[in-house]
Design a protein around this ligand. Structure first.
Ligand code: PAF
Length: 282
């Protein structure tokens, strides 16, 4: 795996690759890699000639400077993991490299998409995400880029940015990796006890109920029954549960056959905020 720390070095390498008309896939990350990230690289590999992974803890997407400071940076381990899945190129720039002095202010009009759900909980977060992903897209100019379905709203926000900026980049949405019992993989799960992990399964139970009954019951009835599943476990505190149209993430009132839907959930277990989602077919 080739490792680059500057934009100039990376661009030199990529211009040679582009001249050979090779397909380039970008997998942007903030490091502290786990199985979920590696699944993005494994997803990309058969669909691409060259896989570029970026590791950059992006300051503009953090609401709390303490979280930014505390964010884990196990770089040697990350490099070993990327090598184990045959990643071709790692780009790991400094903050100064990505945000030079006099860097222009960033704002993109995402409508409600960056204000609802996760956006409400983390104001400005998705502006920071789109800012860095736009920079990485302009630099790498990939044919495609991989993002995990786990952060569904993030993918929709990035897709909106790609549409607004008219970028010719295909987003590949990689499936959620789950434990054998169905818990969505997340670095936050490490903060749960064994009992907490069992209780956290209530999230996927409620989402599965919605998926299994989607199109057979009305949306208010689906939500009521799924909320009852959550309420039956006092160890789980629901923050939001919604059935949304995928592109706008606006709550659905009824099912329009021409649209796609997703159920989104955020809940707390043992003081840990967990998010999950499931795509709904009709
Ligand atoms: O999902 C993440 O790890 C980050 O939000 C991303 C997409 C790498 C941008 O910093």
């Amino acid at each position: 795996m080739k490792i680059f720390r500057t934009k100039v070095e990376l661009q030199q390498e990529l211009s040679g690759i582009r001249q050979e008309n090779k397909v380039i896939t970008l997998v942007p990350t903030m490091g502290a890699l786990h199985e979920g990230h590696l699944s993005l690289i494994n997803y990309a590999k058969p669909l691409t000639d060259v896989t570029v992974c970026s590791i950059f803890v992006n300051p503009t997407q953090f609401n709390d400077p303490k979280d930014l400071e505390k964010y884990p940076r196990p770089i040697e381990n990350d490099i070993a993991l990327l090598e184990s899945v045959d990643c071709d190129i790692l780009f790991m720039p400094s903050v100064e490299e990505m945000y030079p002095e006099n860097d222009p202010e960033w704002h993109i009009d995402l409508g409600d998409l960056d204000k609802i759900w996760e956006g409400e909980h983390r104001p400005g977060h998705f502006q920071g995400v789109t800012q860095i992903v736009y920079k990485l897209f302009n630099l790498v100019k990939p044919n495609q880029a991989c993002f995990g379905q786990k952060d569904f709203q993030q993918v929709m926000v990035i897709q909106r940015m790609v549409d607004i900026k008219k970028l010719n980049i295909k987003l590949l949405i990689c499936p959620i990796i789950r434990s054998d019992k169905g818990l969505a993989l997340s670095s936050r799960n490490a903060r749960l006890s064994a009992e907490g992990k069992e209780n956290a399964l209530t999230l996927i139970k409620s989402l599965t109920y919605i998926k299994d009954h989607f199109g057979k019951k009305t949306i208010p009835d689906l939500l009521k029954a799924a909320e009852e599943i959550i309420a039956s476990n006092p160890a789980v505190e629901l923050e939001y549960l919604s059935i949304c149209e995928t592109k706008t993430l606006a709550p659905a009132m009824n099912i329009d056959p021409s649209k796609d839907y997703v159920a989104l959930i955020t809940a707390w277990v043992e003081g840990v905020r967990l998010i999950d989602n499931i795509l709904l077919s009709h």
